[in-house]
Write a protein that binds this ligand. Sequence first.
Ligand SMILES: Cc1cc2nc3c(=O)[nH]c(=O)nc-3n(C[C@H](O)[C@H](O)[C@H](O)COP(=O)(O)O)c2cc1C
Length: 341
Amino acid sequence: MSLKRNAYEKLYSGFLSKFPEDYAINLGRSFLRFPIEFLGRYETDDERLLTKIGNCELPNPVVLAACYHEPYIIKKAMKLGFGGVTLKVTKHPKGWNSEPTIVRRGEGFVNCVGFENLGMEGYKKFLGSYRKPKPLILNITGDGITEYLDVIRGMEGYADMFELNISCPNTETGLNFSKYPENAKELFRESRNLTEKPIIIKLSPDREFVENNYRRIIPYAIDSGVHSVNFGNTRSFEDERLSMGSGGLSGPDLYENMLVNVERIYDKFGKHLKIIATGGIDRPERAYEAIVGGATCVSYVTGFVTRGPLLAKGINRHLSEKLDEQGMESIDDLVGFWHTP
Ligand SMILES: Cc1cc2nc3c(=O)[nH]c(=O)nc-3n(C[C@H](O)[C@H](O)[C@H](O)COP(=O)(O)O)c2cc1C
């Protein structure tokens, strides 16, 4: 998978990557309208890959990270080999920011797409009549604590897990909880009171918040009974080509820092936390490294765009091979394997 380029990768590098980013992304979205799920077999039947975040069981540890809001993409992603799929939602519907909202940088992107989505009432209509074949993670962003809580309350019957986005670099209030962790304490406690479903805290990879993450945010989460984190979101990045002049960097440039932090979080809090590793995972070897470094699940967005819909399958196959090599019965035995004395 890493050496041979599949047809999608050739299509991306030879065709899609030549177009302006916003246009290419929209083309990619249109591509997902085709019945590509019938072109091959995406799902794994290796039961050793089954894992759990809190009380939620995932058929494998590969998750589509927050980015998409369109019901047809969520439905499609559910058939492309992922163990779980993330949908972003805010209390009220939101439109898009003015273009350009996404530009290429190296093998990744810088985006200021904001939170275009149907709002929770819109998603109730969609999810009310949809039988999800895989766990659905709702990634929530709000203007203030009340909006997050309203979404959890309203969507409790529709989601399998909630992810609190406290680390969006491209909105005015997106990083407030990372900057002022005292407010996050109340958010975590009140969220925990509303649901027994797993709650995941999406952390910022920005250097300025490293200490807040380790000294305040993660300990506050654990004290509140919240036992999962996602490291992490895009990194704050200035880019004059964007309509807002800055946005969030995604893709391979995030990978090294993500891995260092996953290992550090696992060393420090691994007994109390499940970790989802996100940032630059765009090949099977990287997913494996994140898992042996301490992550229970891996997730990605940029890899879905640049490597295409077969990446989840490639990762799962690689993980199965690693379990064979080690003679292990469960993916959970690989989690933090590098740390085993
Ligand atoms: C276009 C785009 C939109 C995103 N929207 C969200 C979002 O709404 N909420 C969130 O927590 N993260 C969001 N992210 C961040 C991704 O979920 C992920 O954390 C980040 O892109 C790093 O992973 P990657 O390198 O695999 O892309 C977005 C990323 C991109 C590229």
